[in-house]
Design a protein around this ligand. Structure first.
Ligand SMILES: Nc1ncnc2c1ncn2[C@@H]1O[C@H](COP(=O)(O)OP(=O)(O)O)[C@@H](O)[C@H]1O
Ligand SMILES: [Mg+2]
Length: 437
């Protein structure tokens, strides 16, 4: 499900990026295109107007030569000169003469003139002899040179014929084409890079969500599993009771006690689950009040003295009296109870437990340590996970659900403190929490 969501976001992201990148590059291309077109037009206008100046030699279609322009107004070619030629057509589109410095086959001029004449209103480019030509069709002026006292005067007059100037735009069209191809490749490369980066970020950003999702799923599975055991105990004992309906309750009390143990276990589990749910909800309330933690800890130890005696555990206390902290008393009590209860549960028979409570000017540190099998480094990193219990065979039937330490951790986290554990195989296990006063 999360993958589908990630893909959707990715597709949307890529679509938007593609549109933005395509618009950006199209814009650049259009600007370049219009600049090149404008430049070509400028050149074409220039050569159309200055046609006479270019004409080194005019060859009439009948082969005779007009020497007029050649010796009259000989000009140098402009610095940005591009290949060009001119043709003159009569009012009916018949080629009259060609004015060109380029060595093109005669047929090409005819084809150029014909094509341009057909599309008089256009300006090309048209392809002639493997090159691209832009053209302009204008009414032609015939020139006359009058010599007066050695001075030459050029008189231009319109005679109904047309002049078509052709400008070689192969270079600029090629530039535009190269630009377009480059852009397509750049766009593809940019999109591929963006896709990879987006994919990386999408995967990275979805990871915590999918981890939380997986954790939640695991939590529900574990909780259901934990509920299944007491429920099957209750069911089995109920069946025994039903099959012995004529017996007295007192003779069947054993089964009833098993059922009670089952419901107790469920109640305990549900309490733990509720505790966790409350602790992890955003609106969890913290009720901080000043209280004497030293006497609170002593009270809890005293209330659990029976369990200690039962296992013949030696208890070493080092509790600084009269330490007052401003914190949530119920949560601190809950945390200490969980740690002390664990210490009793997981200490071997005739083992040892030590509890110490000290303070500095700003912090209190409470430590509970116990002898026993210890916790291997591999497990030490996981004991705060919900439902995590070290190898059932080793922990034996201590009746826990593996939620105690995760509740303790959530409490201390919420109170802004720190809960740490240290241990090793067959060594003392130490749990310690620090809270600010
Ligand atoms: N003081 C301790 N000494 C040794 N092992 C411990 C101690 N406290 C906790 N553990 C290990 O960590 C596991 C998780 O503890 P906890 O969350 O309190 O669950 P539970 O006590 O219900 O099993 C226990 O099953 C136990 O294996
Ligand atoms: Mg426990």
């Amino acid at each position: 499900m999360l993958k589908r969501l990630r893909n959707k976001i990715l597709v949307l992201n890529m679509l938007l990026t593609t549109v933005v990148v395509a618009i950006a590059f199209a814009f650049i291309y259009l600007v370049m295109d219009s600049q090149i077109q404008a430049e070509n037009k400028r050149k074409l206008d220039a050569i159309t107007e200055g046609k006479i100046s270019f004409a080194a030699q005019e060859t009439n279609t009948d082969g005779s030569e007009d020497a007029v322009a050649a010796d009259t107004v000989q000009q140098r070619l402009p610095a940005d000169y591009a290949l060009s030629f001119h043709v003159k057509l009569d009012p009916y589109g018949k080629l009259q003469n060609i004015d060109s410095l380029i060595d093109l086959p005669e047929a090409s001029y005819h084809l150029a003139a014909e094509t341009a004449w057909k599309h008089k209103d256009g300006h090309g480019p048209i392809s002639i002899n493997g090159r691209l030509w832009q053209y302009a069709v204008v009414p032609a002026t015939s020139t006359q040179v009058i010599n007066e006292n050695g001075m030459q005067t050029i008189i231009a007059a319109q005679d109904g014929s047309y002049q078509i100037s052709f400008l070689d735009v192969t270079g600029s069209m090629e530039t535009l084409r190269t630009l377009a191809i480059t852009f397509v490749f750049v766009i593809l490369a940019v999109l591929a890079a963006i896709f990879l980066i987006s994919l990386m970020f999408a995967n990275r950003s979805i990871r915590p969500v999918s981890e939380a999702w997986e954790k939640q799923r695991q939590f529900v599975a574990d909780a259901s599993h934990e509920l299944k055991t007491p429920l099957s105990i209750i069911n089995a004992n109920y069946d025994v009771l039903v099959s012995n309906q004529n017996e007295t309750i007192i003779s069947q009390i054993k089964w009833l006690e098993y059922m009670k143990a089952g419901t107790d276990r469920m109640t305990e589990l549900i309490h733990s689950l509720l505790s966790l749910a409350r602790l992890e909800s955003e609106t969890a309330e913290i009720n901080k009040v000043p209280f004497n933690i030293s006497s609170k800890v002593s009270d809890i130890i005293e209330s659990m003295a029976a369990a200690l005696h039962e296992k013949k555990i030696t208890l070493t206390l080092s509790i600084e009296p009269g330490i007052v902290i401003n914190s949530d008393m119920d949560r601190v009590t809950q945390v200490f109870t969980i740690l002390y209860d664990n210490a009793i549960k997981y200490t071997e028979f005739s083992g040892q437990i030590g509890v110490s409570l000290t303070q500095t000017s700003r912090l209190i540190t409470c430590t509970v340590c116990n002898s026993g099998d210890g916790i291997a480094p591999r497990d030490l990193t996981r004991i705060f996970d919900r439902f995590y219990r070290i190898d059932q065979a080793r922990t034996g039937d201590t009746g826990g659900h593996g939620l105690g330490l995760s509740i303790a951790k959530a409490c201390i986290d919420q109170l802004g403190g720190q809960l740490t554990a240290s241990s090793a195989d067959n060594e003392m296990t130490t749990f310690s929490f620090k809270l600010s006063k």
